[in-house]
Design a protein around this ligand. Structure first.
Ligand code: ADP
Ligand code: MG
Length: 139
């Protein structure tokens, strides 16, 4: 059975562009509950740990350094079928391929700066949520 938790980050480019509010509004309008949220900045080591599955890929260094370059918003979202529904709402990894109306289509500039992160599985959603938030900071 699909879980009801996913994890998102609003990435440095979207934060710097002043799109935190607009993105959170869309998230809430689409039925996601914000169970935890924080504005924070990752260290390069933390970004490399978070994206460890991509270690060795050609974009790994630049992508993790970018993720650590400025503040992000980290949040736990809950909803029935959260992981799949949120992936659908954010759209394809490459914003040029993201469907009309998706967050990445609306707010991303390029694949390396694609506005938001979304968990790819229930298992990773729980790992990613725990990376940022202890249980006492979830509501
Ligand atoms: P997603 O974020 O859609 O789950 P991935 O997990 O495959 O995508 O990749 C993690 C992040 O790495 C992407 O969101 C994107 O910012 C970056 N990325 C992925 N592929 C590339 C690429 N070919 N070139 C540059 N950056 C990439
Ligand atoms: Mg991914």
């Amino acid at each position: 059975m699909a879980g009801n938790v996913t994890f998102t980050m609003i990435k440095p480019g979207a934060v710097a562009a002043g799109n935190i509010g607009a993105i959170l509004k869309i998230i809430q309008e689409n039925g996601f509950h914000i169970a935890a949220m924080r504005l924070t900045q990752l260290t390069p080591q933390q970004a490399k740990q978070f994206y460890k599955v991509h270690e060795g890929k050609p974009f790994f260094e630049d992508m993790t350094n970018f993720m650590a370059s400025a503040p992000i918003v980290a949040a736990i979202l809950t909803k029935e079928n959260a992981v799949a529904d949120y992936r659908k709402l954010i759209g394809a990894t490459n914003p040029a391929e993201a469907a009309e109306g998706t967050i990445r289509r609306m707010f991303a500039t390029k694949i390396s700066d694609n506005a938001v992160h979304g968990s790819d599985s229930d298992e990773n959603a729980l790992i990613e949520a725990s990376f940022f938030f202890p249980s006492m900071e979830r509501y």
